[in-house]
Design a protein around this ligand. Structure first.
Ligand code: SAM
Length: 353
């Protein structure tokens, strides 16, 4: 279904429940026609919470108060990858704060080893990295890279994501470089960050389409106590947005997700942990019913999971991996969907898009 740019803005602000039923139906129908009933499971490994960035929203940023820092060992990471294989997942996702503690050679060695012993697809989400690192990791066997551009509003971006001294952060340019290197690329935004207007969010969704992203993650912004965005900066940005401020609620997140499915019909879209955190009873299922076709179960060992608190109360924080995976599989089946087999590669990479 072709959607005009102006329609995105209208749909985002729609409040009539019967009209919204139509949006949910269209998104679910498009998901079924374009990517089918499979839900791909990607095993998430939160490799480190060390970070040099001062992102104003994030609970593990360098400016976040009193965080105990960790870096998983190579053996611990490899154990998690083996676990992903044993669980029948097709992909592992290694995510971390942006840190030089994750060196080019160390990560390349881990990627090579995971590939050799599991054959799984490997996704990286390690922040903004040097081209030489990205090339080395691609050559070692990594397949995909996730880097949310967070917002298309340049002023808001500068406010919430300060550049490192002497550099200018340009995540779209980074993503294009990654694609050039051969990665499937994934991006996304948070819904309802202070300062985000309806117009900005509509432009974000339109931008997903413009760049033909392979993966798009959309979750609600969840205030992280003690971060600048949860304090004075957030108040100032809300005033700036005025009555155009987007709320960070489940409904608006689901509208953004459904609209993203309509403008990017063949993209892999997760039902995010942030949505499941905000709406524990039905967030995950509603995401799957309104356009999503991916879930990322958390495989991080319990002692580290508790320290990777990008926002408080993360869903599944106190569950064992076995329980998380069993619950997610049951949820998928209850919706009449199937667990995807294999790596769940982007249609664009298969030359079909
Ligand atoms: N350091 C890497 C990066 O910046 O891409 C990966 C880790 S970062 C924690 C992953 C994503 O978490 C960010 O892109 C952001 O959208 C999301 N995130 C961070 N803080 C959040 C918050 N308070 N609420 C919701 N999502 C958040």
């Amino acid at each position: 279904m072709g959607l005009e740019r102006a329609e995105i803005l209208t749909w985002l602000q729609e409040t009539d429940e019967s009209r919204l039923e139509e949006l949910w139906r269209l998104a679910d129908e498009t998901r079924q026609n374009d990517v089918g009933s499979d839900v791909h499971l990607r095993g998430l490994i939160e490799v480190s919470n060390r970070c040099v960035r001062e992102c104003a929203y994030c609970g593990i940023s360098a400016c976040a108060p009193k965080v105990e820092r960790y870096l998983m060992t190579r053996e611990e990471i490899l154990d998690c990858a083996d676990r992903a294989k044993a669980c029948g997942f097709g992909t592992v996702v290694m995510q971390a704060g942006e840190t030089p503690a994750i060196s080019r050679e160390w990560m390349a060695g881990i990627i090579r080893e995971i590939k050799a012993r599991t054959g799984l697809a490997i996704t990286l989400s390690l922040g903004e990295r040097e081209e030489s690192e990205l090339r080395a990791w691609k050559e070692a066997g990594a397949d995909r890279y996730l880097l949310r551009f967070e917002t298309t509003d340049p002023e808001l971006y500068r406010d919430i994501h300060p550049s490192l001294p002497g550099t200018v952060s340009d995540r779209i340019a980074q993503l294009m470089g990654m694609r050039e290197i051969g990665f499937e690329i994934g991006t996304g935004v948070m819904v309802g960050i202070p300062g985000q207007t309806w117009e900005t969010l509509a432009q974000d969704i339109w931008t997903f389409r413009d760049y033909g992203m392979d993966m798009i993650g959309i979750g609600p912004y969840l205030p992280s106590p003690g971060t600048p965005l949860d304090g004075e900066l957030g108040r100032r940005l809300r005033v700036r947005a005025g009555d155009r401020q987007v709320p960070n609620d489940p409904l608006t997140t689901l509208k953004a997700l459904a609209l993203t499915r309509l403008v990017c019909p063949r993209t892999n879209i997760p039902s995010t942990t942030a949505l499941a955190t905000l709406d524990p009873s039905s967030g995950r299922a509603n995401g799957l019913l309104r356009g999503a076709n991916v879930i990322m179960p958390n495989l991080t060992p319990a002692q580290y999971r508790a320290l990777y608190q990008i926002y408080p109360g993360k869903a599944g924080l106190h569950e064992t991996v076995d329980i998380t995976v069993a619950r997610i599989r049951a949820q998928i089946e209850a919706l009449g969907r199937t667990v995807g087999q294999g790596p769940g590669t982007s249609p664009r990479m298969k030359g079909k898009a």
